[in-house]
Design a protein around this ligand. Structure first.
Ligand code: SF4
Ligand code: SF4
Length: 303
């Protein structure tokens, strides 16, 4: 963002939910159903009036059509670089697989001159077939459909003039993939508490069924996402105190996340290890600490 500002590059958010969060300067983790769901149609209509001076009906359909009419033409004319993530990258043929519902990603990645994909190294899977299985896992388990699945295997190209291969017909002339390691290789090499998170494909099933997420919503999560995965990521980047602040001890230890994970990520075990570390450092919330002491001393939490 800083680089874009300094170089006069206009960044445009294309996902509606994230656009709404930006408009309202939302500082908390997004809700489970997606960005922006916390704002009422009346609030959104009022915000549109405030930002663009337009009167629209406070109705989801009217709001969606307004956004489409207002921003789609600009996207069609002015997108130069598309910046996205990806859901899987096949090691055997380099295919990039991206799932979405709105069509904004497939639209801008075709329109841009350059498509940049920034993606964690854990999204690399052995074969194209594995990448397809990941997309199926994402769409089936948490019942959020993926209306569009894009497979990008190369820059747009043609060989129609005398058989000479030329890149950049109608789609992106250039596709750049940036692999992000960050904490991942270190976790594997040093067998760290959160190593099991390397298996995660991001399907969000653990959030949908989590006892704490259901009770506390986005209070149980961090800037990196909702639920246990968000809290573990907070720990990775900012340490145990930050994980406690993000709601570590709201986890009931019910193990539903582990039992429902389609790829066998043992989230509840990781949460247990983090609670142990927090408790050893004196970060356990006082009521729980009292409860623990009674169990240890009197073998009875109710004395
Ligand atoms: S931990 Fe498992 S259930 Fe949770 S998002 Fe990752 S893959 Fe899905
Ligand atoms: S063990 Fe914790 S994180 Fe996992 S489902 Fe239960 S409350 Fe949620």
């Amino acid at each position: 963002m800083e680089f874009a500002k300094k170089n006069n590059i206009k960044m445009v958010e294309t996902a509606l939910g994230d656009k709404l969060d930006k408009w309202f300067e939302w500082k908390h983790p997004p809700y489970l159903l997606g960005g922006g769901v916390q704002f009422t149609p009346e609030e959104i209509a009022a915000k549109i009036k405030e930002l663009y001076g337009d009167d629209i009906e406070p109705d989801p359909q009217a709001i969606t059509f307004y956004i489409r009419d207002k921003f789609r033409p600009d996207m069609l004319k002015n997108v130069r670089v598309a910046l996205t993530s990806a859901n899987a990258i096949a090691a055997d043929d380099g295919s990039i697989v991206i799932c979405e519902n709105s069509g904004n990603i497939s639209l801008i990645t075709r329109l841009a001159e350059k498509h940049i994909v920034a993606v964690g190294i854990t999204k690399i899977v052995p074969t194209f077939l594995d990448a397809c299985l990941v997309t199926k896992t994402l769409s089936r388990i948490n019942k959020v459909s993926q209306a569009y699945i894009s497979i990008i295997a190369a820059p747009s190209n043609t060989s129609s003039v005398q058989g000479k291969s030329v890149q950049g017909m109608y789609g992106a002339r250039e596709v750049v993939v940036i692999f992000v390691d960050d904490w991942r290789k270190k976790a594997a090499k040093e067998n760290l508490i959160y190593k099991d998170l390397l298996k995660c494909v991001g399907c969000k099933t653990c959030d949908f069924i989590c006892t704490a997420s259901r009770a506390f919503g986005n209070v149980f999560g961090s800037r990196y996402g909702l639920g246990a995965t968000g809290i573990i990521r907070e720990y990775i980047h900012h340490g145990i105190e930050a994980a406690v602040k993000a709601g570590l001890f709201l986890c009931t230890g019910c193990e539903k996340c582990t039992n429902w994970c389609p790829v066998g990520t043992d989230l509840s075990e990781m949460m247990k290890s983090l609670k142990k570390e927090a408790t050893n450092k004196g970060l356990c919330p006082p009521p729980l600490e009292e409860y623990r002491s009674k169990i240890l001393q009197d073998k009875n939490p109710f004395t």
